[in-house]
Write a protein that binds this ligand. Structure first.
Ligand SMILES: Cc1cc2nc3c(=O)[nH]c(=O)nc-3n(C[C@H](O)[C@H](O)[C@H](O)COP(=O)(O)O)c2cc1C
Length: 304
């Protein structure tokens, strides 16, 4: 029997559905035992959110400030053959529960010398978060051997509206005819089953060298140069904003609310005014950037 540990946390259940679909071929093989570790923030983050709660998580997400987690249940003595870490992005970073997970002594011990696959379920921005996760994994001495990304395929400006409805009102369905349903589509979640087979093959042969190439052939990752550009710039600026807010106190401190409100207005201005102009300029200068874009695509598609 091969033993696989799956680490996950999902507020809406979406990420759990993605994980279940991907690991179903492993589950059905009868030669793999899957152990699930669900991260449990203590106290839990609210869902659905209100605006104050939602923006309170901004500085901690960006600055990698962990929350409290309930004790892990996985067996620390067990030598897992593979660890799968499924996570979502918050503010272009791994969500706060994963900062807590990766920074814990137990996770550092667990990940040492282990093959690790990351699965991301997000709206559409994950590249910069994965950079932070890569760093966590490499610092723990783990080996990232695969990455699969599922995202909301609706146009960027529409999925902002649908995700706000989803996260603030728990309403996911199509809205006013033009706003598509929020989140990763049911079809994409169902089809993610296809990633399970190459994972199973690698697990059974113990050879992970080519796994990411197999996953890429199955479209495990799609990269969009304009989104990568927005993410790179956004991450730099988010760091400055987060430091400014943190000067007013720690997570939950009401004294931060004014600065968080200013940030909220800034964020919507960036999304609806600045980033469309930035994207236009980006495509007008595209020919000058082709080499760099190719390098970035190569780098962000692959595992180290
Ligand atoms: C506080 C917060 C910030 C988020 N920021 C991003 C983001 O920067 N990029 C993105 O693609 N999705 C973002 N999302 C969406 C999540 O990645 C995720 O897809 C969604 O919250 C579904 O939740 P679940 O995975 O917990 O079920 C954010 C969600 C929350 C709650």
């Amino acid at each position: 029997m091969q033993k696989v540990l799956v680490v996950s946390y999902s507020q809406t259940g979406q990420l759990n559905n993605i994980v279940n679909s991907i690991v179903s071929p492993l589950q059905n093989s009868k030669v793999v035992e899957i152990v699930y570790e669900t991260l449990e923030p203590d106290p839990p983050f609210p869902f659905p959110w209100n605006a104050e709660q939602f923006f309170q998580t901004f500085p901690e997400s960006v600055k990698a400030i962990p929350c409290q987690l309930k004790p892990f249940r996985f067996n620390k003595e067990e030598n897992y053959d593979l660890v799968i870490i499924a996570y979502q992005t918050w503010y272009l970073s791994p969500s706060i529960p994963y900062h807590a997970f990766f920074q814990s002594d137990e996770a550092k011990e667990l990940l040492k010398n282990k093959p690790i696959i990351t699965i991301i379920g997000c709206r559409n921005m994950w590249v910069m978060a994965q950079e932070k996760v890569r760093k966590y994994i490499s610092e723990a001495g783990g080996r990232l051997i695969g990455n699969i990304v599922l995202r909301d395929k609706a146009p960027n400006l529409l999925s902002v509206i649908s995700i706000v409805r989803w996260l603030f009102k728990n309403k996911k369905e199509r809205y006013l005819k033009i706003i598509p349903p929020a989140g990763v589509s049911d079809k994409d979640i169902k089809d993610a089953e296809r990633f399970g087979l190459p994972i199973l093959n690698s697990l059974l042969t113990g050879n992970y060298d080519d796994l990411q190439n197999h996953l890429l052939k199955l479209n495990a990752i799609e990269l969009f140069p304009s989104l990568m550009m927005i993410e790179k710039t956004g991450t730099r600026l988010f760091g400055i904003w987060a430091n400014w807010v943190l000067k007013k106190g720690n997570y939950g401190d009401k004294r931060r609310n004014f600065r968080l409100k200013v940030f909220m207005y800034y964020l919507f201005a960036v999304i609806y005014l600045i980033s469309p102009i930035g994207t236009l300029v980006f495509y007008l200068t595209y020919p000058l950037r082709i080499k760099k874009i190719k390098q970035n695509k190569e780098y962000y598609s692959n595992c180290p």
